[in-house]
Design a protein around this ligand. Sequence first.
Ligand SMILES: Cc1cc2nc3c(=O)[nH]c(=O)nc-3n(C[C@H](O)[C@H](O)[C@H](O)COP(=O)(O)OP(=O)(O)OC[C@H]3O[C@@H](n4cnc5c(N)ncnc54)[C@H](O)[C@@H]3O)c2cc1C
Length: 433
Amino acid sequence: MAWDFETDPEYQKVLDWADEFVREEVEPLDLAFPHQQFVPLEGKRRDAVDPLKEEVRRRGLWATHIGPELGGQGYGQLKLALLNEILGRSQWAPIVFGCQAPDTGNAEIIAHYGTDEQRQRYLMPLLNGELFSCYSMTEPHAGADPTLFTTSAVRDGDDWVINGQKFFSSNASTASFLIVMVVTNPEVSAYQGMSMFLVPTDTPGVKIVRNIGLYGEPEGQGSHALIHYDNVRVPAEALLGGEGQAFVIAQTRLGGGRIHHAMRTIGMSQRALDMMCERALSRETQGSRLSDKQFVQGYIADSYAQLLQFRLMVLYTAWEIDKYNDYKKVRKDIAAVKVAMPTVLHDIAWRAMQVHGALGVTNEMPFLGMVTGAAVMGLADGPTEVHKMTVAKQVLRDYQPTDDMWPTEWEPRKREAARAKYADYLENEVGNL
Ligand SMILES: Cc1cc2nc3c(=O)[nH]c(=O)nc-3n(C[C@H](O)[C@H](O)[C@H](O)COP(=O)(O)OP(=O)(O)OC[C@H]3O[C@@H](n4cnc5c(N)ncnc54)[C@H](O)[C@@H]3O)c2cc1C
């Protein structure tokens, strides 16, 4: 029997250390330096954060998503999941542990498809936490359907010239380089006619028109950029992978990115559940504690069950990725995790908020940020509806239509067959009556 739901005791000790470290040392960064985790470190912020990163390195927990071929620990997705669910409690924790999105996914594709020179120039500093990156794919008129993208790159001698607009390019303002998905051959299908380029952010013609914030963030101070690419000239060496390979590369990147978000979502949801339980035990109204009210007990029980299901689903999918080492093979379950993720976080955060009464909806508690986070999870890396379609298509692959008018499970026919099979016994049964 190989099914085993226990964490190896040695690794559990590592996780226990990480849990305490994140609560004591890293979570305070969220409040001391809010929304600044993707701003390159300098001054006092560097003084505060560098020693924490150093401690993580010393413990061998830096950038554990990276395989041994690149000097990482090669922890694999299952161990990473157990660590990431701890890091999910805090905005800064992934930065301090060197495994923040979107840089993890970007690093993964440069590792997979980059030339030696590209790895040297972009991947190594990225893995060392010295710079940030941006994935620039969505356009203002099209997101969920990449075949509608129009930003293009045209060959001009040894160079490529990029023109177009990209929308919601997260962290573009603080990133050192952009990974841009563009049309390179409009004559063929988008699946063969699009390519990816590595473009330094300071290349002439890259114009960040405005930074869009999520609800509640001050205008102009958000981190999701509208970018105009106006005659952006890059050399042929800026091409990532082969010409026409953008879709294949995007799938590699997004597979990992989605499951990592899910791992961190477990941590965020657990934090909401923890807060709900503490409040339920602490607050009294109409003669008893909130935890004695059946409605509140229902919130707690539903949240616990939802989180347990989701956590097992994520850990199982992470285990599958390690086993098959092929995102394509695990596509159905990654998409299913992506579908489940926003609802789990939304439901638990919403109930926790409700149990906190008026205080819950204020800017003194994190619940509405979590609810917005749940909405983001239903869009970023593709909307829920599209992932549901992927799940359904993959599930349907294992089934065949029947030519018969009646379904295979139609009981009158099955009953007749069952009676024929056990005719001797049925006769005895009747005889005994
Ligand atoms: C916080 C955040 C960060 C992001 N970061 C990045 C980033 O770094 N880089 C980047 O390139 N993009 C990024 N995105 C963009 C994200 O990938 C897109 O928002 C997403 O792909 C959806 O595209 P869209 O917003 O254009 O919506 P649309 O494509 O216009 O879709 C709108 C809605 O239509 C429905 N819909 C769409 N397709 C279907 C379908 N086939 N069947 C049924 N219903 C459908 C869904 O309800 C969907 O939400 C980010 C988004 C968010 C919210």
